[in-house]
Ligand binder design. Structure first.
Ligand code: SPD
Length: 289
């Protein structure tokens, strides 16, 4: 057998798959070409895998946080919806977001003077800088990275922000407190009087109990709370939600399509901005109480 034939046979024998269970009886399986990193940090298990369809994936505690191929949807929708409603977003805070994708999107706005990212797990930031060098906006002059507990940061800071994003993992483990009322109240308190807060708010199909609780908590703190949706292929049910929470601005009445400047978006645009707030009946019901 010559070397080429030998290599081809080895290739065809490689049949390694990563499966994330999205529900007790449903999962997403991706064919893996290489496992690049597997370690435990002080907070969680961190894996980086190379997948044949979605490129590299960052997996925390067994759950996909980003893949190279579809992270743009999540980060554009988390960042640009609020940043196109607030008329003058100068100071932006990102809670979590250790991969730096939200930092990359936020710093695209000329008016933003400083984007502060507060991530609890230093190891996530280091791993992402090494394995996802194109994702994170860490080196932008407006970026400031703080390694700290996001809940403690908002509870103790004297700083005020125009827009706050909660770019968290799921409400289990270290991120659990970031879905609860005391955290939402601290966020409210460190927003300016016309501030906007957007947390990711899970899958309206597979995480219905969590979604209902998250929106109840948010509505007990913010006068304006509106869910919006995006299609993210590698997240549970591929239908993901975000909560637009605001002290003053309405996400549609205070949105002016003419102000949208193309910053190289691949998902977000003025039509998507308006359309993403349209909710299916079963989702409306989830967030109506
Ligand atoms: N189940 C996956 C939820 C992940 C949401 N956050 C992703 C962080 C990407 N910056």
């Amino acid at each position: 057998m010559n070397d080429i034939v030998k290599e081809e046979s080895m290739e065809s024998l490689w049949n390694m798959w990563f499966t994330e269970l999205h529900h007790q009886r449903v999962g997403l399986s991706l064919k893996v070409s290489r496992v690049l990193y597997s370690e435990y940090s002080d907070f969680q298990r961190i894996d980086v895998i190379d997948t044949e369809q979605f490129g590299r994936a960052l997996v925390l505690y067994g759950s996909i946080m980003i893949t190279e191929k579809d992270e743009f949807v999540y980060h554009e929708m988390l960042s640009h919806v609020p940043l196109h409603v607030h008329p003058k977003p100068e100071k932006v805070l990102i809670i979590g977001g250790g991969d730096g994708g939200a930092l990359r999107e936020v710093t695209k706005h000329d008016g933003v003077q400083q984007a502060t990212m507060v991530e609890i797990d230093k190891q996530v930031v280091e791993v992402c800088k090494q394995y996802f060098p194109k994702v994170g906006g860490f080196d932008h002059p407006k970026s400031r990275v703080v390694i700290d507990d996001g809940a403690a940061f908002v509870a103790n800071t004297d700083e005020k922000f125009d827009v706050i994003l909660a770019d968290t993992s799921d409400p289990i483990g270290p991120a659990e407190v970031l879905f609860q009322k005391p955290f939402y109240q601290s966020v409210y308190d460190c927003l300016n009087d016309d501030g906007i807060f957007v947390p990711q708010s899970e899958s309206p199909l597979y995480h219905q109990d969590s979604v209902t609780k998250i929106y109840r908590n948010l509505k007990s703190v913010f006068p304006i709370v509106r869910m919006y949706l995006a299609h993210i292929p590698t997240y549970p049910s591929a239908l993901w939600s975000f909560a637009f929470c605001s002290k003053k601005y309405d996400p549609l009445e205070d949105f002016y399509p003419g102000r949208v400047v193309d910053m190289g978006f691949n998902y977000y645009n003025a039509d998507i901005h308006c359309a993403c707030f349209a909710l299916p009946g079963y989702v409306k019901e989830l967030v109506s109480s």
